[in-house]
Design a protein around this ligand. Structure first.
Ligand SMILES: *Cc1c(COP(=O)(O)O)cnc(C)c1O
Length: 352
């Protein structure tokens, strides 16, 4: 008997998320996963590794609460924000009955998490400017328990319009959870929706140390929400989600010195992003540059596939979104260091 047939039906039907790291590719310049160009160094104390770690390490929770401007009761730490996304689906959606709502093109893990949990996915395409189509969303809320917005949105860079979020929050009170995924908010902190948490108990904000904090390899993310929501998620989360070395490094990254290093990195990368945009703006192969609120820019080329393969030939790996609805010929470029951006630029110039 085939072992595959032993697996539950929905797992047999799954296609795993093709993360940048799984797709891989031969290259030496990796600008396909929105990672930071370099790591900081940290110290580790291994003297407590005989003990199980705290489920929610207080030092990390307190530091993140202070950084985000919320109370520790409003914070949950998890194994990346990907785990937070899955916890939200498992906590609020009845498999086989209830659904999540998403507005693609957006981050792929919302639908992957729903599929793995046997939860349906309602898809409401955004408007031409990539803002959510609020009337369409409000007319399709029956059976929807969690709505995922991403701001800045991966891959379009769009920041969610605050008025539109407020309309959705007001219409979903006591009915559905509204998640705003702020994975890239360090690159545009002025657009955070965290200040709405106290007025809207059904709002949830997810965060991560993977992008602005340059710690994708650490796997550490956060949920900011009403204490009641945090309490429900704590019922579902694994008993020891945060390894002791992860907690130690996260605490260092969130210390005053760590925050200062992060803010300098953000200024550096935001400046490089503006320079890169100015450098490519006039090139004949560039048709359109999308919003630039994260550490990446999505670019619509006259021929996206040609740009992507010309980059591969030079060992530069980008992320191709040309097969996604509304994103024909579009390729996402993570902002890397000076040399990496020059390498991308010179390939684009050679095509021009
Ligand atoms: C990268 C990314 C994440 C994943 O964050 P982790 O904390 O590394 O799991 C979540 N949401 C969006 C929109 C992302 O781009």
């Amino acid at each position: 008997m085939s072992l595959t047939k032993l697996a539950c039906k929905r797992v047999q039907d799954l296609t795993p998320y093709m993360s940048a790291r799984r797709i891989g590719g031969k290259g030496h310049v990796f600008l396909n996963a929105n990672e930071a160009p370099k790591s900081e160094s940290y110290t580790l104390d291994s003297s407590k590794l005989n003990r199980y770690p705290e489920c929610q390490p207080a030092e990390v929770i307190d530091a993140y609460a202070a950084y985000a401007g919320v109370t520790p009761e409003q914070v949950l730490v998890s194994r990346g924000s990907d785990e937070a996304i899955e916890l939200l689906v498992r906590t609020f959606c009845e498999p086989g009955k209830e659904e999540i709502l998403i507005c693609p093109p957006t981050y792929g893990m919302y639908s992957i998490s729903a599929e793995t949990c046997g939860v349906g996915i309602r898809t409401v395409p955004p408007l031409a400017d990539f803002q959510p189509d609020v009337p369409a969303i409000l007319s399709q809320l029956e059976g929807v328990k969690v709505i995922f917005f991403c701001s800045p949105n991966n891959p379009t860079g769009t920041v969610l319009d605050r008025e539109k979020l407020l309309t959705v929050l007001n219409a979903t009170q006591n009915k559905a959870i509204v998640v705003v995924d702020e994975a890239y908010i360090e690159f545009c902190p002025q657009f955070s929706m965290v200040d709405l948490l106290n007025d809207y108990p059904n709002l949830v904000v997810t965060r991560t140390l993977s992008k602005g904090f340059a710690l994708a390899g650490l796997r550490c993310g956060f949920t900011l929400a009403n204490p009641e929501v945090i309490g429900l998620m704590l019922k579902v989360i694994a008993p020891y989600p945060i390894a002791e070395p992860v907690a130690q490094i996260a605490a260092q990254a969130l210390s005053p010195a760590g925050l200062e290093t992060m803010r300098k990195r953000i200024t550096w990368l935001n400046d490089l992003k503006q320079q890169f945009k100015a450098d490519i703006a006039g090139l004949p192969c560039v048709q359109d540059i999308f919003d630039d609120n994260g550490n990446f820019v999505l670019i619509r080329f006259t021929d996206g596939a040609k740009v992507f393969s010309a980059m591969v030939e030079q060992g530069i790996i980008l992320r191709d979104f040309g097969n996604k609805a509304m994103l024909e010929n579009s390729v996402r470029v993570t902002i890397g260091d000076e040399a990496e951006m020059q390498a991308v630029l010179s390939v684009l110039k050679s095509l021009a």
